[in-house]
Structure formats: C-alpha cells, structure tokens
Design a protein around this ligand. Structure first.
Ligand SMILES: NC(=O)c1ccc[n+]([C@@H]2O[C@H](COP(=O)([O-])OP(=O)(O)OC[C@H]3O[C@@H](n4cnc5c(N)ncnc54)[C@H](O)[C@@H]3O)[C@@H](O)[C@H]2O)c1
Length: 433
C-alpha cells in the first residue's frame, strides 16, 4: 500500500485515482474546481465514463479514496504525487502549460518531505526538466529530495477503467531509475510490460503513439476517397488489410475524421515541437489536412444532395467525439455543424450523453431528446458518432418523421440495403460511388 496524491480529477486523474485506490493504495485526489470536489464527495461524477461511479463509490466507502481542494492536506502523507491536469493547445499549436505550471508551483509551495512526482499529463518533450526546475527553485534554501517520473497516459475515453486496469504497457521515464522502479511497483499487479526509459523518450512515446493513430485514420480516409472514385468498398478493403498481422484492424475505420481532446492537440503540439527544432513534419501536416478535408467532403456531399444547404433542416446524430463518452472537445460534429450553419442550414441534434457539454459550446442548434425528435421534418440526416443505440434505428419510422430522404452515414454504421429499403438515398464513406 502506498500513499498517493492525484492532482486533477478529469478523465485521466479521476480514473487513475480510482484505479490506484482499487489496487489497495491510499489515494487523495485534488482539484482546484471546488464544485467538482463537492460533487465527488457526494459521488456525483463530473464526467460520463462506464463503471466510474461504482468504482469511486466502492473505494470511497472503503476509505481508500478521498477528495480535496487543499494542496497542504493532499500532499501531507504523499509518497507519490501524480499530475493529471489539462494541457490544452494554444492557437499556434503549442501546448499551453498554464495548468501544469500552476500545479507544479503549488506542489513546490506545499511539499516538505521526500516525494516522487509522476507526470501523466501529455506535455512537450523536456517538460519534466521544467517541473524539476520549478521545485528546485522554491527549495533552493533547503534542498528537497524529490524525483520526477514521466508516466504518459494511454487510456481511451469510453473504456478508460478497463484501459487503466489492463494497459497494453506502462511507460516510465526518469533520470532516476530507482524512482521509476518505485513507480513500476505500483503497476506490478497489472501484468503488463513495463518499459523504463529516460525522461525525454517517455514524453516522446506518447506523442509518437497518438500521431501514429491519427495517421492510420487519415490513411484509411484517403483510401476511402479513392475507393469512392474507383467504386470499391473501403469497409471491405480495411477488413482485408487488417487481416494481415503486420497491419491489424484497429484505427482503420473510414469516417468523418478524428477529433477529441487528445489526437488533434497532440499532433499539432508534435508539429510545433518539430518545427521550432528545425524539422519539417510533412507527413503530420498531411495527416491534419486529410482530417479536415474529410469533414468538408461530408458537407459538400450534403450540399450536392440537397442542391443548397440554405434553410435546409439537417439532423445530426452524435455530438461527442466518439461513442461512450460525453466529451465534445474538438469533436468532429462541432466542426461539421459549424460548416453547415455557415451555409444557412438549420441543425437539430441528438447525442446519448454529450448534450450537456454540447449545449455549452453550440449556438443556434435545436438539441433534441431522441433520434426521432432530431429527425422530425429534417431534409437530411447525418450520423457523426457511432453510439450503439444508433445501430438499431427503425428506418421506416425515421422515413415517416423526415421531410427529405437523404441519409449520410458518416461512420459506415448501417447496411446500405436496410436504409435504402426504407426509401432513403444512402451515402456512406468510401462505399463505392
Ligand atoms: N482525456 C483523455 O482521454 C486523455 C488520455 C491520455 C492523456 N490525456 C492527457 O491527460 C491530461 C489530462 O487530461 P483530461 O482529459 O483528464 O483533462 P480534464 O480537462 O478532463 O481534467 C483536468 C482537471 O485538472 C484540473 N486542474 C487544472 N489546473 C489544476 C491545478 N493547478 N491544480 C489542480 N487541478 C487542476 C481541472 O479543474 C480539471 O478537473 C492532459 O494532458 C491530456 O492530454 C488525456
């Protein structure tokens, strides 16, 4: 059993804290968001993540997990301090380290015993040194014994607890191998490969992994566009490719492009790091361009099918950036809705979990309570996020509700025959011409 403090209770921090408590550790989670901590103390989750509420409740009741806004209290007993605050992008693609610096300063202010600081936030290569400098500076009069370990997080929203408890690998980077090995002890019962590297390499593994995942999706989207002009079906092409063990099937689904709180900002941050250090990240730029183009193509398709988008009612299914999360940060739906609105379209949208988050960022969108309400009197419908509940749509009922007969299946979720049989004109992504 170890005493652990987790800073930041978002998608990464809360899941990490709950999982470390579940493994038998004593965990205190801290956030500067007072309302969030008050709610967590009453077992009200700030995010939607399958199984999270039960895990938090179980460990809170077992007195292994608690919440605070007070750094002094949070750090009092901590042997390990995990940082998991947000690292959003600046407009130029660079990572905004405001929250990270503030957390580091607060740790430096309140810590006065030996500690291992484990960073889970995704930060530019070299940020571990910045953390070390911040702590050193505040303790220059009476040096403090501490170590910094980079522990990049690879969990996926929507399956975060499973990913945290059954990771493909744990990466630990440090200039102090003994400290990394102590962090490795925390993960030893997870039965996964644990890789210990230097600090910069660990930080880079995170960026390279996300850039590669984004590249795979942009690759299959480019193939899907070629499939459309040549009359091939990208879903079968991807399946046929994926059966090759060297390729595999994951992140090979053609669609409306990738989004979310990580891939876009991590790819742009990597490009920024590359550029300021004299590299020219040609492939990454193309990966980004293809991704943006994929959304533009969807809007063009709808415009062509409806002659014009002006005053046309478009039903949008799915607002979260992927299924099983309420996270709408950089969600493809937001950009598509914006482009449709710019051409005068009227939007009616529905998402199983993302409505609250979407309502804070969308303007002039009718947010509906169901698929069928969103489809009412719509001229066309576009599926943006492939939630399970959209798999079993009653297309006959949908046809009765809608004014028009255009369906754009942006995730190739449906069987075109089922959709066409109900009287719709079906468009998919890369499914023939
Ligand atoms: N969300 C993911 O799927 C995911 C996956 C892997 C890595 N990451 C990385 O993990 C980090 C956290 O991401 P997230 O999605 O959990 O963020 P988030 O925005 O959901 O949560 C961040 C939390 O940190 C809190 N916070 C901000 N400044 C603070 C401070 N000074 N002290 C204490 N708390 C503070 C915020 O109030 C918020 O609750 C980011 O660097 C992200 O890139 C995220």
């Amino acid at each position: 059993m170890s005493n652990i403090c987790v800073i930041g209770t978002g998608y990464v921090g809360l899941v990490t804290g709950a999982c470390l408590a579940e493994l038998g550790n004593q965990v205190i989670c801290l956030d500067i968001d007072k309302a969030r901590i008050t709610n967590l103390r009453s077992n009200i989750m700030p995010i939607y993540e399958t199984g999270l509420k039960q895990l938090v409740e179980h460990n809170t009741q077992a007195a292994r997990l608690s919440f605070t806004t007070d750094y002094k209290e949070a750090l009092a007993e901590a042997e390990f301090v995990f940082i998991s605050v947000g690292t959003p992008p600046n407009p130029n693609g660079e990572t905004d380290l405001r929250f990270f610096r503030a957390a580091a300063e607060s740790i430096a202010d309140e810590i006065n015993h030996p500690v291992i600081i484990v960073n889970k936030s995704t930060v530019p290569v070299g940020t571990g040194d910045l953390l070390t400098d911040i702590i050193h500076k505040k303790h220059s009069a009476k040096p403090l014994k501490f170590s910094v370990v980079s522990n990049p997080e690879f969990l996926r929203e929507g399956s975060a607890i499973n990913d945290c408890m059954h990771p493909d690998r744990v990466v630990l980077g440090s200039t102090n191998r003994a400290a990394a090995q102590r962090v490795a002890e925390l993960y030893k019962n997870l039965n996964c490969p644990i890789m210990i590297t230097d600090l910069y390499t660990a930080e880079m593994i995170k960026y390279a992994s996300n850039a590669f995942l984004a590249t795979r999706i942009s690759f299959i989207n480019e193939i899907s566009n070629i499939c459309e002009t040549l009359g091939a079906d990208v879903t079968q092409v991807a399946h046929g490719m994926g059966l090759d063990k060297r390729i595999g099937t994951s992140y090979l689904s053609a669609g409306l492009g990738w989004g979310g709180s990580c891939l876009p900002k991590d790819v742009t941050s990597l490009m920024h790091m590359a550029s300021i250090n004299g590299n020219n990240p040609l492939l990454l730029q193309t990966v980004m361009d293809i991704n943006r183009n994929q959304k533009c193509r969807a809007v063009s398709r709808l415009r062509e099918a409806l002659d014009s988008l002006d005053k046309k009612v478009i039903a949008v299914l799915g607002l979260s950036f992927k299924p099983n999360t309420d996270d709408v940060r950089d969600a493809p739906a937001l950009e598509i809705i914006h482009m449709l609105q710019q051409e005068g379209a009227l939007i009616q949208a529905y998402d199983p979990q993302g409505m609250d988050a979407a309502s804070t960022v969308l303007k002039n969108v009718k947010l509906c309570q169901s698929t069928y309400e969103a489809a009412s009197n719509a001229d066309a419908l576009i599926l943006v996020t492939e939630w399970n509940e959209f798999k079993q749509i009653d297309f006959k009922l949908l046809r009765q509700k809608m004014r028009g007969n255009i369906i754009f299946d942006g995730r190739n979720l449906w069987d075109p025959d089922d959709v066409q049989k109900a009287g719709f004109v079906y468009f998919g992504v890369g499914r023939g011409s």
